[in-house]
Every structure is written in structure tokens, then in C-alpha cells.
Design a protein. Structure first.
Length: 155
């Protein structure tokens, strides 16, 4: 398949805007159907694009600041290692990680991956979420929480 440089995923989730303003969304759709009010619908739609775009910029800024702050924490940690820093840089794309996943991501050994995860857990970046001794999952909880709050309706 030819790559035309198109986005593979949407960057703006207008459905969130519509969900927040559900009553107006249905009213505007009804007005298009009943009265042909395409101008009102277009104004509402473009307001949604502008609102969600502004929120996306703010969200990206917040996520960038979080990762930057956490990078500083890793680099100033007494137990810092190259692998811990590399793992931190991979967390935005892989916010839930296991030791085997870290081994695969970095083509490294289990002890090296375990140490990197341990460093990030010790300084509070990763949190173990299963409560088990084996097959544990570690989560970049603050990153996921920020993503969640940035994408929930404001009800």
C-alpha cells in the first residue's frame, strides 16, 4: 500500500466535544434536518475543532513537562543507568511494561531490564499494579492519569 503521508490515527477527538455538549449536538443536527441550518452546524463543528485542538496542545505540553520532570529525576538518581533512562524514554509509547517486554524492547538481558524497572519503581515513576511476585506489570501511572483526565468529559 502506498504511503501518502496521511495520519494513521486521528489527532483530534471531536466526539469528546460532542459528548460534553450532547444536548446542543442533537439540537444542531435536528436543525440541519428540519430547517437546513448548515451554517449553525458548521459553526458548532468548527467551535469543537478549535476547543479540542486547544486542549490537545495543552495536553501535549503537560505530558512533555511530566516526562521532562521524570527524566531529571532519573538522571539525578544515584542508581541511574543508561537502561533506566532508555526505559523512561520508551514509557510514553509503552506506559505498561513487564520485565520480558523491557527485555524485548531493548534486546537486553533480564537482570539489566529488571534493574532498569527497579530504578524507575524506586523513584516513583513506575508502579507495580498486579500485587504478584511473578508476571508483574509496571505502569507509568502519572502519565496514564494525565491522559485520562485530559480525555474525559467535563460533566
Amino acid at each position: 500500500m502506498e504511503d501518502w503521508g496521511l495520519l494513521r490515527e486521528p489527532l483530534l477527538y471531536l466526539s469528546l466535544f460532542f459528548k460534553r455538549r450532547r444536548a446542543e449536538y442533537y439540537r444542531r443536527l435536528s436543525a440541519v434536518r428540519a430547517e437546513g441550518d448548515w451554517e449553525g452546524w458548521t459553526d458548532f463543528f468548527l467551535e469543537g475543532v478549535a476547543t479540542i485542538a486547544e486542549e490537545a496542545v495543552a495536553s501535549a505540553r503537560d505530558l512533555f513537562q511530566l516526562v521532562s520532570k521524570d527524566r531529571d529525576r532519573v538522571l539525578t538518581s544515584e542508581r541511574a543507568s543508561v537502561m533506566a533512562a532508555r526505559l523512561l524514554e520508551a514509557l510514553p509509547s509503552n506506559p505498561m511494561v513487564t520485565i520480558p517486554r523491557a527485555v524485548d524492547l531493548f534486546d537486553t538481558t533480564k537482570p539489566t531490564a529488571s534493574k532498569a524497572v527497579s530504578v524507575l519503581e524506586e523513584i516513583g515513576i513506575l508502579k507495580e499494579t498486579t500485587g504478584r511476585q511473578r508476571d508483574r506489570v509496571f505502569t507509568y501511572k502519572s502519565y496514564l492519569e494525565l491522559l485520562k483526565t485530559e480525555t474525559e468529559p467535563l460533566d
